[in-house]
Design a protein around this ligand. Structure first.
Ligand code: CUA
Length: 194
């Protein structure tokens, strides 16, 4: 890689060449040390994350997704638990979301929990900050609040195959009272026909 440029033909020619070679060696050592430190950091970070995965990473078995556990069909949609916490559970697959239409309250924190049954998908709800990737084997979760009532589109935003463009769901943001009234009568909710 390193080449020594021809030294001017002076009486001192040999000496100048030796100085250049020594300088190049010094810099090679410096660069070598920097590279060594970077490689050591990469190894350290890799081993560290392997032995201590971030606590927020939740995994789920893709093979049994539809058969047992949190993401069985009857458990998808919106649920309000005893202390009023609102949770939306959904599954993405080529090329649709289940449920196809989500219902959430206005002005109340909503926790999304989602995963994918096949490829990497993602979604964003209208112009809100509800936005995540859905990766097979992992549970994506975030909490957000929808300030305005109304209906929003929820397209898949990760290219997931030929049907990607047609993969989207809808989100109905209901006024808080209307939502809570419905929640009193249903364990799992999806959209109201309007
Ligand atoms: Cu699913 Cu793009």
């Amino acid at each position: 890689m390193s080449t020594i440029s021809p030294t001017p033909a002076t009486p001192d020619g040999h000496h100048a060449e030796a100085v250049a070679v020594a300088a190049e060696r010094r810099w090679a050592v410096v660069v070598g040390i920097i590279m060594g430190v970077i490689v050591l950091l990469m190894i350290f970070a890799g081993v560290h994350w392997l032995s201590m995965p971030p606590s927020r990473v939740e995994t789920v078995n893709v093979r049994t997704l539809h058969l047992q556990g949190e993401f069985v069909e009857g458990n998808l949609g919106t649920a309000v638990d005893g202390d009023g916490k609102v949770t939306v559970r959904l599954v993405a697959q080529q090329y649709s979301f289940e449920p196809q239409c989500l219902v959430v309250p206005q002005g109340v924190p909503v926790t999304f929990r989602g995963t994918s049954a096949d490829a990497i998908h993602g979604f964003i709800v209208g112009t809100t900050n509800a936005n995540t990737m859905l990766i097979p084997g992992f549970v994506a979760t975030f909490t957000t609040t929808f300030p305005r009532a109304g209906e929003q589109l929820m397209p898949c935003h990760e290219y997931c195959g030929i049907g990607h463009e047609a993969m989207w769901a809808r989100v109905q943001v209901l006024p808080r009272e209307e939502f809570m009234e419905r929640a009193r009568h249903a364990e799992r909710m999806s959209c109201v026909p309007r």
